[in-house]
Design a protein around this ligand. Sequence first.
Ligand SMILES: Nc1ncnc2c1ncn2[C@@H]1O[C@H](COP(=O)(O)OP(=O)(O)O)[C@@H](O)[C@H]1O
Ligand SMILES: O=C(OP(=O)(O)O)[C@H](O)COP(=O)(O)O
Length: 467
Amino acid sequence: MLKHKRLYAIIFTKLENKKENMFNKKTVKDASLKDKVVLLRADYNVPISYDDNGSAHILNDFRIKASLPTIEYLINQGVKKIIIVSHLGRPQSVESLADIDELEKLPNGKRKYSLMPVFKHLKNLLQERDYYFPMNFHATPIFSRTHYPVPIAKADDDYKIEMLENIRFCKDEKRNSLGLAQALKQITGAGIFVQDGFGVVHRGHSSTEAIAKIMPSYAGLLIEKEVGTLYSMLTTPKRPFIAVLGGGKISDKLPLIEKFIALSDKILITGAIANTFLQYKGYNIGKSKIEDGQTEIIESIYEKAIRKVGIQNIDNFIILPSDIAVKVEGTNSKRIDKDLADINNNDSILDIGHKTIRMVKNELKNAETVIWNGTAGVTELEGFKAGSAAIAESMHEIAKNGGTSIIGGGDTSSFVLNWCEDKKVDANDFSLISTGGGATLELISGEILPGLEILPSKRRNINNRSK
Ligand SMILES: Nc1ncnc2c1ncn2[C@@H]1O[C@H](COP(=O)(O)OP(=O)(O)O)[C@@H](O)[C@H]1O
Ligand SMILES: O=C(OP(=O)(O)O)[C@H](O)COP(=O)(O)O
């Protein structure tokens, strides 16, 4: 009897833990929306390129499309107006409206990292879906202490959707300033805040955290879907579980590698992150992208990893490229594969090399669960896509064979979606292509995501709990 009781207690605790992990935030489905003005945080940080005259080209609209279900839901529930706030890239920022001319300009005189091209694209996408209501873009960025005599909600009554200019033009955004949050509330005149930018909930910024402190707040449908799916897939991942990490946000992602030591069975390091490891190991990495001041965190990663797998297995646990592909300065982005020892001072490492690609494919063949964030190379250049294409191919194979393959991040997901189109592969074959890179990694590694944490939870049914 005692044995049964103990077993029951263990099962109960496991179920309770699982329940804790499930998505429990209030969502738009819990809100009364009719005639409300909604401030919607989206993550429209899409890959974008500018041509010589400054015209912007959206390279992939995955994140814009991912926000449509929530927008459509809000419209169908009869909201009065949706005012969208987002960031784009990591632009220069200024303190106030008075300094606005200091922001970087393009050759055509337009502001670099303006959300205007995203607004036009969103308008087209909505019109393709037969939403022809008036829409407006607010070209003047919002700053703290700016006072609008009449809030947007009242001034432009005809518009159903309005988009604000890049919120990161204001220095206060990243400071998580309550002043900017209050300006957002006052200027827009919104009554409800909806957080639907999954890719940005790991940031504690004014438009992700402070704003939810001062307004009734709800999660959007994208957040509900992505967080719910990640929890259900990764509470008990099938093993071997391999994390493939790359990309360019070196200082952001290095601390996450540390978190993945306990979780995963192997960690494959690619992209510009690998450059930092190779330099730490004493290789000449020429003119490759790195970030200084990362030695301490790399040392800590190795210390922890050695504690887990032992010094003799370390290079088979944290796996670095054994060769790379470089662009030589002065050449027209031509790819040259090289061994690590042959890298010259004028070389820039822009992809993993062919030997490494074979090794990565081999490692992934045995995996049951793979999570990938950060491209293996500069996929914006044709000659340096091979490493990322090989990872996409291997992960597709894993998913087709019943394993779990999760891809996250604006650039990585966009690359994989473009790859799917080229190869005529169904993107739905992958277990999840997430809009969040850093957000996905932080969620999986158990970090607190400020933009998610701040959202109110649904009330627990106490009666059910005590049963
Ligand atoms: N070896 C490299 N050197 C410089 N940049 C790189 C390298 N490898 C990848 N990148 C860059 O990393 C970016 C993608 O990384 P990141 O932004 O971290 O991914 P995600 O947006 O998917 O989270 C791309 O712009 C790519 O050009
Ligand atoms: O692209 C994003 O994150 P990701 O590159 O980790 O997917 C988000 O828009 C967050 O952008 P940030 O990393 O500049 O805060």
